[in-house]
Write a protein that binds this ligand. Sequence first.
Ligand code: DGL
Length: 265
Amino acid sequence: MTEASAPILLFDSGVGGLSVLAEMRRLLPGAPVIYAADNAGLPYGTKTEAQIAARVAGLLGRMTERYRPRLVCIACNTASTIALGMVREVLEVPIVGTVPAIKPAAAMTGTGAIGLLGTEATIRQAYVDRLEAEFAKGRRLLRHGAPELVQAAEARLRGQPVDPAVFARAADGLRLQPGGEAIDTVVLACTHFPLVEKELAEAFGPEVRFIHGAGGIARRIAWLTGSQPFAQHRPDVALFTRDDAGIAELAPALAGYGLEHIEIL
Ligand code: DGL
């Protein structure tokens, strides 16, 4: 029997998983939450597969031991596409991953040209190749790695200014590829990117629609925990892997997501 106070633990390298938390709050407003950001490891997108897998498995092992979550959501495409299978094998707790929303994008596109914006690590994964082969037959999927957008989302949530050229470069990275001018649907395949969707929409223009997985992930979490009791005995926690000055700058944004208490692992 699940303890009513057992939290749902969302894990990301930084603030990206907050885009998933926002959707989850709408479906499960009473769920106790631990939002874990591996700020000591950020960014994941420029690391190797071995580095990411080792970090994610090691940290989730420590976090699940300490906080005993009822469910873990890896709210990060990079970590999920690389380490989901491995983490599921070693941890006993149910794990929900985040994978690029290629299937709904293939159903949405009118031109047949889909853009995929992710981290450099995500766009080279065999996991993405498999999703493309299975769900985007007869479509054209163009990929672009945009690490600058991760930094932009991190800065925005800290209330820092972001140069709009960053968003224009992301749009160009897809549009200037052969066939890129036909893109009408863009998959935001990094949980940081929905946090700057408004700026991306301006850069891409009105003919492009965006899709990401946060709503579907939230529904999956709600479905898996549907029959369980929930009780919040203490403020929800934002957990970091390193104490640094950037955390205080984030505190107002975290409070906006209902994360009132900060802890360091
Ligand atoms: N938020 C992460 C993702 O969904 C990655 C950001 C990063 O650490 O590079 O891929």
